[in-house]
Design a protein. Structure first.
Length: 170
């Protein structure tokens, strides 16, 4: 799987279109279901719920509430808290794990992956405390050994960040 030459074009397209269509089939999966899909717990679980899944486009829409006490805000930065970019990429990755689980629903536990490479990450607008974040993820490629994921984080209609991440399936 090589996308090196296509990364810039793909990254630009992430700023122009939503990954998960507003018409995607609704799906209400709450905390209990998300915790079946993710190994993360406590402050490191960055996805609260999945609200749509489109098997045709291999995309989903999820959400999380980032209160002032959320991981990352304390000290980043004093008097002007902003959710750290590395945690934004992690959030997109966790939505991607949920997507992988929904695409292959024969699993009975979390998808076990390791990040190989962050091909691209762009931070376009800050995410501040007390914000509902919508996470959209799309599986771009999968060869059984590795997978390629695109992610977007939205604050209402404002695109805050995008990421393209490659993972290895353990």
């Amino acid at each position: 799987m090589s996308i090196e030459g296509d990364v810039e074009g793909l990254a630009r397209s992430l700023r122009r279109r939503r990954l998960c269509s507003p018409e995607a089939p609704r799906l209400e999966l709450g905390t209990a279901e998300v915790e079946r899909m993710l190994p993360h717990r406590g402050a490191m679980r960055l996805v609260d719920a999945v609200e749509a899944f489109d098997p045709r486009s291999r995309s989903l829409r999820a959400r999380t509430w980032l209160g002032a006490e959320a991981l990352g805000f304390d000290g980043h930065f004093p008097d002007q808290p902003v959710f750290p970019g590395v945690l934004q990429v992690e959030m997109a990755g966790q939505a991607g794990l949920c997507l992988g689980w929904l695409i292959d629903d024969s699993r009975d536990g979390p998808v076990d992956v390791r990040v190989l490479k962050i091909h691209h990450a762009t931070f376009l607008a800050p995410i501040e405390p007390d914000t509902l974040v919508t996470i959209e993820a799309q599986a771009l490629d999968h060869d059984g050994l590795t997978g390629l994921l695109a992610g977007q984080l939205w604050r209402e209609e404002v695109l805050c960040s995008t990421a393209i991440v490659e993972v290895y399936f353990v």
